[in-house]
Every structure is written in structure tokens, then in C-alpha cells.
Design a protein around this ligand. Structure first.
Ligand SMILES: Cc1cc2nc3c(=O)[nH]c(=O)nc-3n(C[C@H](O)[C@H](O)[C@H](O)COP(=O)(O)OP(=O)(O)OC[C@H]3O[C@@H](n4cnc5c(N)ncnc54)[C@H](O)[C@@H]3O)c2cc1C
Length: 305
């Protein structure tokens, strides 16, 4: 089988929206421009540099990996994982007849140093979660990618509405950064961050950094935030929640739904041209239908990561 071939055994079987079988890892624009080989196009070895607890929650880990060069490597190779794309982790675990495959979405990549970072939420009883929980720095894992299909065209300015659920906010950070880091890019971004409560909002410092840009706005939607006052009628913009927010942070005690999207559509100066949704498959499907209705968009303007 030639190196970049993909077959049924490369699919993790979890029903990913962008399945590897339909989104075969292929040379990216950056790779073609640089004229260098992307080391991750087929399974490649990456050494773990750190496995750190995040937000004080032992089930949440920030994991940092670096490419392990092989003897045959030329000097001119890169690691390119475009914004919004994910990589597949393959691990041979005791008790599993076939290798276990699980996708993860890097929130940071260094093209030249060939390093990337992922935020992992460990699921109790999950085989890959158990394996990753015990991993120590210097252990080596196999990853392949990039897998995805979203392409941002910076030459055509648009209003991008990004919806991120829980840990999936990680995959949306590079999408925001690629717009804000390019001062010729006139696109604007609204980031709708959905979480159960404030404790489950990740990368708050990064979101605050983004907020310094003219073309970025965000709102945190908290579906289950309890209010410290205990009053049943404390409203969604309550003072008690405001006291817990940092300067320039916007949040409300609400679940993001078609009503909230319609409020955004009615009061926003720009009309939304595309919507990107990151989260569990069921969340993505529900939000896609609601966004089509609230923003009067067609299906092709909605991207599910
Ligand atoms: C495109 C894509 C990108 C992803 N990126 C990341 C990432 O960056 N970080 C990250 O932590 N995870 C990410 N995931 C999820 C990740 O691939 C694994 O599913 C997760 O780490 C659990 O693997 P596991 O083998 O430990 O558990 P699994 O065996 O997959 O599941 C363990 C338990 O959790 C339940 N469960 C699994 N998935 C769900 C779900 N969607 N909703 C509710 N319950 C569920 C299962 O029913 C089971 O009981 C991504 C998934 C996709 C499709």
C-alpha cells in the first residue's frame, strides 16, 4: 500500500463528522508553498514532552508532543496541521486485538519545531483516556493527519460565527488566530462559547487576548451556572455572575439556542456569512439546524469540525 493510502482500518468507527475515509490526509497549502514534506501525512512518531493537569481538574490534560525524526528524514520537513483539522492517535493497547484509534484537535502547532499541543478530557472508563492518563513524558505515540476540510480565504472578508462546546473550544483557537494574526484579513469573528458553568470554560486567558482585536467578540453561554444568591428569578445577566468575570469578558446564564442566535442576527451590525461548529456530533447537528434558521443561511455555509 503506498504511504498515504487510507482504508477501512484507518477509521476510528466513532462516526466523526469529518471521517478520515472522506477526508484523506493530503499535502496542505502550506506544505505545497514551502515545498517541504509534512511529517504527519502517514503515521509518524511523536514524543510526549508534557502531560499537565489543566484548570485544576485531573481529568483535563494539556499534552505537548514533538516529532521524532527518523534516519531517512531530510532536513526540509515540516509539521502542518491547518486550523480546524484534527489528527488520529493510534495505540496498540493490551487486551485490544486491533489498534485503538481516536481523533484529537490540536490547539497549537509549531510548523518548524514540529510540535503540537492538545487539550484532552479524560472520560471515565474510556480505553484511550485510561492510556493517556498514565502517559509519562518521553513516551512515544503514533499520530496521523491532518484530517478536515475547512479552508479560510483571507482575501474575501466575511463575518464568521464560531460555536464551541466544552473542550472542543481547543479546535477553534487556531481558526480565530489565523484571522486575527493576519492584519490584512478584514473578516470579523463572533465566538459563542458554550459550557455547563464558568469552571468548565477553558482557555479564558487566550480568549481575553483575542478580545483586544477590533474584529473579535465573544460571549460565554453557561447552561447550568448556579447563582450564588440562590434566588430562583435571578436573570441570565445577573450581577453575581458578572462579579466572577474578568475585565472584558461577556457571559450569560443561558443555553445557546435558536432564540439567542436570532437575537445576535437582529442586533449585529454585520450579517453572519458562515458558521463553524465544534463539539459533539449531536450538538453539531442541533446547532447547524438552528444556525440555518436564525441566520437564514444555506447548508454549504455551515462547517462542522
Ligand atoms: C474530530 C474529533 C476531534 C476530537 N478532539 C478531541 C480533543 O481535542 N480532545 C478530547 O479530549 N477529545 C477529543 N475528541 C474525542 C476523543 O477522540 C475520544 O473520543 C475521547 O478521548 C474518549 O476516548 P476513549 O477511548 O477514552 O473513550 P470512549 O470509548 O470513546 O468513550 C468512553 C465513554 O464515554 C462515552 N462517550 C464517548 N464519546 C461521547 C460523546 N461524544 N458524548 C457522550 N458520551 C461519550 C462513551 O459512550 C463511553 O461510555 C475528538 C473527537 C472527534 C470526533
Amino acid at each position: 500500500m503506498p504511504n498515504n493510502e487510507v482504508d477501512e482500518t484507518d477509521c476510528c468507527g466513532n462516526g466523526c463528522t469529518n471521517c478520515i475515509l472522506d477526508n484523506k490526509p493530503k499535502p496542505s497549502q502550506q506544505e505545497l508553498l514551502a515545498g517541504k514534506r509534512n511529517v504527519i501525512l502517514n503515521y509518524a512518531k511523536f514524543k510526549m514532552l508534557s502531560n499537565e493537569v489543566h484548570n485544576g481538574d485531573a481529568q483535563l490534560r494539556l499534552m505537548h508532543f514533538v516529532y521524532v525524526a527518523t534516519e531517512n528524514d531530510e532536513n526540509d520537513c515540516i509539521l502542518d496541521i491547518p486550523p480546524g483539522y484534527h489528527v488520529m492517535l493510534r495505540a496498540e493497547l493490551p487486551g485490544h486485538a486491533v489498534p485503538l484509534l481516536r481523533p484529537y484537535s490540536p490547539y497549537w502547532t509549531d510548523l518548524v519545531a514540529k510540535e503540537f499541543k492538545i487539550l484532552v478530557k479524560l472520560l471515565p472508563g474510556g480505553p484511550m483516556s485510561d492510556y493517556l492518563a498514565a502517559l509519562e513524558p518521553l513516551q512515544v505515540l503514533n499520530f496521523r493527519g491532518p484530517i478536515g476540510n475547512y479552508v479560510h480565504d483571507s482575501s474575501s472578508p466575511k463575518c464568521i460565527y464560531i460555536i464551541a462546546q466544552g473542550v472542543a473550544i481547543a479546535s477553534t483557537l487556531p481558526l480565530v488566530a489565523q484571522v486575527l494574526d493576519n492584519e490584512d484579513d478584514m473578516s470579523c469573528i463572533f465566538h459563542a462559547i458554550c459550557a455547563q458553568d464558568l469552571h468548565h470554560v477553558y482557555f479564558r486567558d487566550r480568549i481575553l487576548e483575542f478580545s483586544r482585536y477590533w474584529n473579535y467578540r465573544s460571549c460565554i453561554y453557561l447552561a447550568h451556572q448556579l447563582c450564588s444568591c440562590g434566588a430562583a428569578n435571578c436573570d441570565e445577566l445577573c450581577m453575581h455572575l458578572k462579579k466572577k468575570l474578568r475585565y472584558n469578558e461577556t457571559a450569560c446564564r443561558l443555553r445557546l439556542d435558536v432564540k439567542q442566535l436570532a437575537v445576535h442576527a437582529a442586533f449585529s451590525k454585520e450579517s453572519v456569512s458562515i458558521v463553524i461548529i465544534a463539539g459533539y456530533a449531536t450538538f453539531q447537528r442541533v446547532m447547524r439546524d438552528q444556525a440555518i434558521s436564525a441566520f437564514n443561511l444555506s447548508d454549504e455555509n455551515i462547517y462542522l469540525l
